[in-house]
Design a protein around this ligand. Structure first.
Ligand SMILES: [Zn+2]
Length: 183
């Protein structure tokens, strides 16, 4: 395993990035229809989707049930190993520190995300755990794939939440809220 400073130029097929992000977006819409923060993720290996998941924090009452975490666990099952060195994760929103940590632990090759998260993004926005110098694994990162769709889904969800749904917040949201752009 060559893990020096220089990594080979990854083969990036923009068309398939677009396609696979579309699959992650479908998962995000499933989250949305269940009143979950709309984030979706898929894991791709050798051109095939081996895991799909959407955020299920409320459904599972589990603050760790982010789309990425669920997708990575599924992918490990599919591969039969905890090492996902030849896999790519597509996720509609920039991973948080928890998910970025998990991504490093499974040694994922590449992460592609849609909307960046200026408050909690751990793939370059607030911090960059995916390419952290002292950690023993670094991922390729591609950001902004189908960003307008990914961002609009989140924006409209939180706008809707702000309009009504006071009863929900009484249960205490586990900090998944990212209220963007207060002017
Ligand atoms: Zn996360």
């Amino acid at each position: 395993m060559a893990s020096g400073g220089i990594m080979p130029e990854p083969l990036i097929d923009l068309q398939s990035d677009h396609y696979f992000m579309g699959e992650a977006l479908r998962q995000a819409h499933r989250a949305r229809s269940r009143d979950e923060v709309p984030v979706g993720a898929v894991v791709v290996r050798e051109g095939q989707i081996i895991a799909r998941a959407f955020n299920q924090v409320e459904l599972l009452k589990d603050a760790t049930a982010h789309a990425e975490m669920l997708a990575l666990t599924q992918a490990e099952d599919a591969v039969g190993d905890w090492r996902l060195t030849d896999c790519t994760l597509y996720v509609t929103k920039e991973p948080c520190p928890m998910c970025a940590g998990a991504i490093v632990h499974v040694r994922l090759a590449r992460v592609v995300y849609g909307a960046s998260d200026p408050k909690a993004g751990a793939a370059g926005s607030v911090l960059n755990l995916l390419q952290f110098p002292t950690l023993n694994h670094r991922c390729e990162i591609t950001s902004g794939v189908r960003e307008p769709e990914c961002r609009e889904l989140l924006r409209s969800f939180f706008a809707e939440q702000r309009r009504g749904n006071n009863d929900k917040s009484a249960q205490g949201n586990p900090g998944t809220e990212t209220t963007n752009g207060h002017e």
